[in-house]
Design a protein around this ligand. Sequence first.
Ligand code: M6R
Length: 597
Amino acid sequence: MEGLRRLEYRGYDSAGVALVNGGVRRVRKLGKVAELQSALDADPCAGNAGVAHTRWATHGAPDEANAHPHISGRIVIVHNGIIENYEALKKTQTERGFDFTSETDTEVIAHQIMWHLSRGGDLLRAVSLALKDLKGTYALGVIDVEQPGHIVLVRNGSPLVIGAGADGGHYAASDVHALLQVTTDFIVLENGDIARIGRDGVRIFNGELEDGELRPVERAPVATPLSPHAIELGEFDHFMQKEIHDQPCAVTDTLEGRLLDDTVPDGILGPGAAALLDAVKAVQIVACGTSYHAGLVARHWFEEFAGVPCRVEIASEFRYRRQVILPGTLFVAISQSGETADTLAALALAKKCDYLPSVAICNVPESSLVRESDRVLMTHAGPEIGVASTKAFTTQLVTLLLLAMLLGKRAGMEPAVRAGLVAQLRNLPSRLEQALALEPRIRELAQQYADKNHVLFLGRGRHYPVAMEGALKMKEISYIHAEAYAAGELKHGPLALVDRGMPVVSVAPNDHLLAKLKSNLQEVRARGGVLHVFADSGAGFRSEGDSVVVIELNAPENAVAPIVFTLPLQILAYHTALLKGTDIDQPRNLAKSVTVE
Ligand code: M6R
């Protein structure tokens, strides 16, 4: 149950557990792990082998019948991922006499394994035969009630780790956080692996049957530096709030060892990075959601400081498009979790194309993205539990700026410019502390949002993606419809939305676009919109009663300003959601790691 609680942030539509003890006892509940816990408190169960699951619904509504574990005859199963050919399998299985009790794609896996098991052999063999019939991505935990000493595990495109507990038990989970209370040493399964854990230890096999036999493979254990306390709330009410406040430290940790005097050493990208960096003539960034917004900010840095053309694309679009690749293009994938299915698929596609070796920007060392990329720039944000990404974003921006500086060095960046950027980065944690100190004023401002249905966010240049990120945070956790526009685009349509009382949030750094932005904001004022401007203290904005509220930030250093301006928007979304009473850390319909397409 502790493991399930720690995994809950990844999916929280329903939770279930099945324990084998003579027969099988299954308990499933709609909603959060706490509901399951109450059911188990009222009617406890025990056993020596079990599987449990928190669900983010893909096939079938979030209800008890669709909750995992699923059962077919002797087979008990939990599954992450998607089975793409489930309709065809369901048809065949129905003809074979199998009954369906759920709308999930998971149930066909259980039936398929049961079908092979009924034809002879042990569970391991039945699972490996069933895998040949499945198309899609999955991580599985499977028990045969008649061979209860073992659990069979499969990894194919969805993450799975195994840990040996100090208590002599063996455990598996879809991320290391779930098992930190029993171990810090893990075996990370690779795609195609089948493993069996039990009282007698762990055995791992290559999933392909050769002459009817599975071939054993070795997977070395890795130690994680994470502590079980890394994901405790401490003095905060929500993980999102904690993670917003973690940002000065997260940025300091991400910069640690990456600034040398007034330069960024090539070695931060690993041994032999200089040759790769020398070859870069263009950059292609691919990511989803907040990580995509980080890429959009970075595009400005790559083009301004390094003079290399940079394209940024949402991974789910990129992966289905014909690639036209400029010679010498560096492929950069950004992902907090490193398990986002679309980003991983985009990376797999890129590896088959004519890109330079790939670079991952990621927060999870054990993740698929880190393992599958040629080079890695880790963000050291620490575990991010709130579904709304905060410290991952700002630390992604820090690493992307470092990468832009490495390329800038090749493009003849003046030493004074480089030294200036290094100084800005060194100063950044204290700028972020100052931004956090605005929380009481922003909390007050949030009161004007709680009864609103729509909000516009405006920015220009590299602050346009900051506005996009502010709008994403607002809609994700407060459920208020929020859209971001490049302020210059307003008059081409969205201005029609502005009427008396409509809140319009703007990010106003003191940069070369300030005068243009001010004109755009006048257009909003003239239509009765209420302006809430987060402005650099040197930008010359003044509050006017309730209709123009200016909150000043100290963000004079231009390059890192997008990082500083992000924080007040995160805080605004947080306090708006708090007033609305939404589930801030686990907003409706979402999950932290999107491991399905
Ligand atoms: O783990 P990733 O960075 O790949 O996740 C990508 C998006 O799912 C994620 O950033 C999402 O948009 C956030 N929940 C937004 O706060």
